[in-house]
Write a protein that binds this ligand. Structure first.
Ligand code: MTE
Ligand code: MO
Length: 387
């Protein structure tokens, strides 16, 4: 039964099946040696920076983040279904994987970035997973529009949020699943998907098999994996991942679409990603030859798209424009390169900053916050250059 379902989904290669088996019999993530283990329980695996030298991040180099210890193992696709209901729904429905696959399928290239990416650079340090720069990745996601699924259940006019529940949970006695909600408007946006595939293959187990949410431009926390249930709600969702975690001092970051039903007197929820950029082909301290030296990197934001990337060769005094690579859409990584010319051997103090089409620009300082979220200080690195 299990094999039939998976074979139908994965085609002749059966890639989904082998991944699911590997994850069952070995420690989760043991089959991903390229990733850096930041935490074993809950599982947090980071991508090394050179994973971002390509516009699409390979699945074996895509970071993994769980907030809870109990991860789903095997998924029996014969019995798996996505339940849709809640007090804002006209009716309860149950969709099998075949039901979902029979609906119109859409694709998007989008960056999944953890809100806590780059947290390790917070000054002073803040608690939480001490991510370097690699709690992110950019993939080609394929699936159905969340909107199309919600419309099948019928959306009552006083619905305010859509809650998304995963199959993973806490340990006894609190077995509540991972759950986040989106404002109805973002849930109904044509860009929000329930993905069934990542980079042209079924979702790997650790990336949410068999179905996960894709909300381009919003923090990874909303991209709920192992989706089991959607709840149209007439009241805001509470629970640890809405009320306690992923909160910012109110108004700290400008956002295009505030999540008003989740604002409180003092705090706002983390929502949209901010402009960011990184060098991906060298790390600070590398020794490099000046002849033919090209610095390469990646830039991204919350969906306005990258307008420009600038590089300084003198610690931030003078700036020159980098060359942008192909545009794979406003939610995708934008690769850039900068041929270094006109300098002498010695210490090269590089600084990089990106500007978004919405006018956001990276600065010297981070908007410090207790959770260490959305850190996007301009990256500085020193290379030792030789003739
Ligand atoms: N079911 C479930 N979905 C989840 C989470 C989780 O703990 N459980 N973590 C979220 C967070 S915080 C992030 S950053 C992304 C990470 O996605 P990835 O593991 O595919 O890279 O998944 C999100 N979806
Ligand atoms: Mo995250």
């Amino acid at each position: 039964m299990l094999q039939t379902g998976l074979a139908a989904l994965t085609g002749p290669s059966g890639a989904g099946l082998s991944l699911a088996r590997a994850a069952e019999t070995r420690a989760p993530g043991a089959d991903l040696p390229a990733l850096i283990r930041r935490s074993a329980t809950p599982l947090a695996l980071e991508a090394p920076i050179d994973s971002f030298n390509t516009p699409i991040t390979a699945v074996e180099r895509f970071f993994v983040r769980y907030n809870l210890p109990n991860l789903p193992g095997m998924v029996d696709l014969e019995t798996w279904s996505l339940k849709v209901g809640g007090d804002g729904a006209e009716r309860e429905i149950n969709l099998s994987l075949d039901d979902l696959r029979a609906m119109p399928l859409r694709e998007v290239v989008a960056v999944c970035q953890c809100a806590g990416n780059r947290r390790a650079m917070a000054v002073p340090p803040v608690p939480g997973v001490q991510w370097g720069d690699g709690a992110m990745g950019c993939a080609r996601w394929r699936g159905v529009r969340l909107r199309d699924v919600l419309l099948k259940a019928g959306v009552k006019s006083d619905t305010v949020e859509v809650a998304m529940l995963g199959a993973d949970s806490g340990r006894n006695p609190d077995l509540s699943p991972y759950a986040k909600s989106l404002p109805l408007e973002r849930a109904m946006d044509a860009g929000t998907l329930i993905a069934l595939e990542m980079n042209g293959a079924p979702l790997p187990l650790l990336h949410g098999f068999p179905a996960r949410i894709i909300r381009p431009g919003w923090a990874g926390a909303y991209w709920v994996k192992h989706l089991t249930r959607l709840e149209l709600r007439r009241k805001p969702l509470d629970g640890p991942f809405m009320t306690n975690e992923y909160r910012l001092p109110r108004g700290l970051f400008p956002v295009e679409r505030p999540f008003v039903t989740q604002e409180d007197g003092q705090t706002s929820p983390v929502t949209e990603l901010v402009i960011n950029s990184l060098v991906t082909n060298y790390v600070s301290g590398d020794t490099v030859k000046l002849a033919g030296l090209v610095v390469q990197g990646v830039a991204w934001d919350g969906g306005s798209g990258v307008q420009s990337v600038e590089v300084s060769l003198d610690g931030g005094t003078h700036w020159k424009t980098a060359l942008l690579g192909p545009d794979a859409g406003r939610f995708a990584f934008r690769l850039w390169r900068f041929p270094v010319v006109g300098i002498r051997p010695g210490i090269l103090n590089l600084v990089v900053r990106a500007t978004g089409n919405n006018g956001q620009v990276q600065g010297e300082r981070t908007r410090a916050n207790p959770g260490g979220f959305l850190l996007n200080t301009m990256q500085k690195l020193s290379l030792v250059t030789t003739a």
